[in-house]
Design a protein around this ligand. Structure first.
Ligand code: CP3
Length: 355
């Protein structure tokens, strides 16, 4: 990894537990529909076209970096495209979100899934990473690569899209545990290699998104059907020399089990106060989060109060000997977020934490 970037980027320093001049900030889904520049590109190109064209993906990745003083970029893609090369027919349907037209309906469907290399499957995203890092490394801004965790991807592969109950996914894990194991292992193989290749291409940090694990499962199912695979995946990434962020949503009731899977930085969603979740995770680990994205839809005094609450809780943990805090949302930014609130948030976090 680039030595200067490692020494000087506040985000990368915080990920490694080192001091910074201010609290670094980036926002999950920071490139997206709340930005007019993004909507202009999407008016001309489908979601998969943007992801599949390195120049467009690079441009969209840089839009929030050029608009706000963010401390890290995240490569523009989605968690679902790696499923395409495994054999799934994926589309981002207008107004509906992602759809998979040939979801898994039997163990035989799992047996035929391929485990293609990232070069074959995700070459455009790897090329976009090379373009973005060529631009950002001289500007001292790191790039985060990412992937979906096996459970969250499996849930799309089995449900065929989003779900409220995850009933098909849970039916597969309960009634065909061997097929479930095979599916999760294939996802670990594909995602581990994809994340590794993102680092080879220039990503200087990684984030694993297990967005739906906490909303779908109880603790016993999490421990039995999810935890072993996330643990395998984090172990595969341990020798890469870049920090790995472990983010999951809705997992407050089994947060220690989530943290035990691995990762260098723990992502905290918006459901528990930052310090409460951080103490459950162990305050010796850097934490990332956890402003409720809905706060960004309010007027500045309300937003500021919410931001201050996160910062005060982070300062309290730090004063008690805790690791550094990376400011972020507790989940992805919402499409109807006012751009001015994002600008103000980034400036405010930097000013309020300058030391
Ligand atoms: O953070 C970033 O800016 C990088 C890009 C990014 C996107 N999706 C772009 C996107 C990342 C990191 C993701 C992750 C992702 N995608 C997750 C995990 C994070 C989370 O929010 O929980 C999940 C569950 C998905 C799956 C997904 N992609 C859904 C459910 C949807 C539809 C809902 C929605 O937000 O539109 C998407 C589409 C998507 N992914 C968009 C963007 C910018 C919107 C596409 C568009 O209409 O332009």
């Amino acid at each position: 990894m680039n030595e200067t970037l490692q020494q000087t980027s506040p985000f990368l320093r915080a990920c490694r537990g080192l001091t910074t001049d201010y609290t670094p900030i980036w926002l999950m889904r920071q490139a997206g529909r709340y930005m007019p520049e993004y909507r202009a590109i999407r008016a001309q190109h489908s979601m998969l076209e943007v992801i599949g064209t390195p120049e467009l993906a690079a441009e969209v990745t840089l839009q929030p970096i050029n608009a706000f003083g963010l401390d890290a970029a995240i490569i523009f893609s989605d968690i679902l495209p790696p499923l395409i090369g495994m054999g799934f027919h994926l589309e981002f349907a207008k107004g509906e979100g992602p759809v998979i037209y040939n979801p898994i309906t039997s163990p035989a469907d799992v047996a035929v899934l391929r485990t293609p290399s990232a070069a074959e499957n995700m070459g455009a995203t790897l090329a976009a990473i090379r373009l973005v890092t060529a631009e950002l490394t001289p500007r001292n801004i790191p790039l985060i690569g990412f992937a979906g965790a096996p459970f969250t991807l499996a849930s799309y592969a089995v449900e065929g899209g989003g779900s409220k109950t995850y009933s098909k996914t849970k039916a597969l894990m309960y009634t065909a545990p061997e097929a479930w194991d095979q599916l999760m292992r294939k996802l670990v193989i594909v995602q581990a290699e994809y994340l590794r290749q993102q680092v080879v291409a220039g990503a200087t940090a990684l984030q694993l998104f297990d967005s739906w694990a906490g909303l779908a499962l109880g603790v016993q199912d999490y421990v039995r059907y999810v935890q072993p695979y996330n643990t395998m995946l984090f172990a595969e990434l341990a020798d890469l020399g870049v920090p790995v962020i472990n983010f999951s949503g809705g997992t407050a009731v089994y947060f220690p089990e989530v943290v035990a899977c691995g990762g260098d930085v723990i992502g905290i969603d918006w459901r528990l106060p930052l310090d409460v979740a951080w103490e459950m995770a162990g305050i010796d680990k850097p934490a990332q989060g956890n402003l409720d994205p809905v706060a960004l839809l309010t007027e500045w005094p309300t937003l500021r109060e919410r931001v201050d609450d996160v910062l005060v809780r982070a300062a309290k943990v730090r004063a008690a000997g805790g690791a550094p805090h990376i400011f972020n949302l507790g989940h992805g930014i919402l499409p109807n977020t006012p751009v001015d609130n994002v600008r103000r948030l980034v400036e405010y976090v930097h000013e309020a934490t300058a030391r």
